[in-house]
Every structure is written in C-alpha cells, then in structure tokens.
Design a protein around this ligand. Sequence first.
Ligand code: C5J
Length: 230
Amino acid sequence: MSSDYASVAAEPSPFLLQFGQAALILIDMQRDFLEPGGFGAALGNDVSLLRRAIAPNKALLAAWRRAGGLVIHTREGHRPDLADLPPAKHARGGDVRIGDMGPMGRILVRGEPGHDIIADLAPVAGEPVIDKPGKGAFHATDLAAILANRGIAQLVVTGVTTEVCVNTTVREANDRGFDCLVVADCCASYFPEFHEQGLRMIAAQGGIFGWVGQSADVIAAIQPQTSGAA
Ligand code: C5J
C-alpha cells in the first residue's frame, strides 16, 4: 500500500487500516472445532456451519501474506497433564470433556491431531502461534508482548466461534487499546443467530468493541498498488 492508511468499508464506520501497524489474527481454526470427530462435533454441533468460513479465510490469508503483513494464529487447548485447565471449565460440556480421547486424539490437548490448525490455513514459518488455555487470546499468553514488540496497534480478526473466542479476544483487545476489525465472512458459529448477534454486539453503540467488515473489502484495501502510486 502506498498511503499511510486505507479506508475499509465497515460497520459502524469505515475502518482506517494502517497496514504496517496491523496484524491479521486467526482465532482457533483448529481441527477440533472444524472437523467431524472433534470437540465441536462431540458436543453435538454441525461443523459444516463453521467450515463456510474456511474459503474466505484462505483468500484473506493469502492476500495478507502477499502484502507482507504479520499473521498470528491461535489455538485453544491445554497441557497434556491438564494442569492449566480450570476445574470449572473441565466440568462443563456434557458427556465429552476436554482431555477425553476422541477420534482425533485427546480433545483440546496440545500436541494431539485435533489441536492442529486445519491444513487449509496452516501457519508458515515466521507466523507466531499462540497457545491459549482460555477463550480470549490475551489471557495467560504472550500475545500482548508479541504485539508490542512488533508495534502493532490494529487487529484484523477472523476465526471461530464468533460469539465465544472471537468475541472474547476482541473485548480483551479493545480494553488494551487495539482497534479491531472483525471480518464477518471469515468468522462462524455453530449457532447462526449467535454469529449475527455476536457481530452486532461489536459494532453497536458506535463500535463499542470495534468494527465489522467483509473480507473482499480488506483484500481490496491491501492489494499492492500497481499504477499511479507516488
Ligand atoms: C469454544 C472457541 N467455542 N474457539 N471455543 O469453545 O470459540
């Protein structure tokens, strides 16, 4: 991009993207949430509702990488000994619990196949991967330090699920002073109504937690300028 910022169409107002100070953060695009046999499916959810976010994420990720931007991935999961799993979190979830054995290994446990990011969005060398025990990506992680070290002030946020880990991370980031643009078509929920409301909550009241936009508009804003650039 040739200018200091690009204006991206968004709710409740255009988002002024400063690419050099922005990171794309993909929240929990893990096999455990997106593939049959994972944690999400074990809880009785229809994973196809989440899989619709894969193609838009692929396109945005490719464009962001082409433009040379910082990409960060997160994974929700726990130590194999579950020492970082609060009993209250362990107790919830119905018949299938975190740490139980499933078709993709122990559910939401680091190092297990289900904990991996899906192949379509696999991190490449140089892209930090944040392993988080909570719903928010700042809680009990080094994300804040990594962002500070890179001079990041804006987050372009995608991932699953909209109302849980995406929303929690955006709220944490907002309180820490980051401007967050949540990319609606790159987020998804097992509950379509929660997806819609989760996005509305972010942009309501003049953008109380941030902005909500679409991947095509972000991609257009970060395309390298090919002509007329000063
Ligand atoms: C959930 C997440 N829903 N990544 N995790 O438990 O949103």
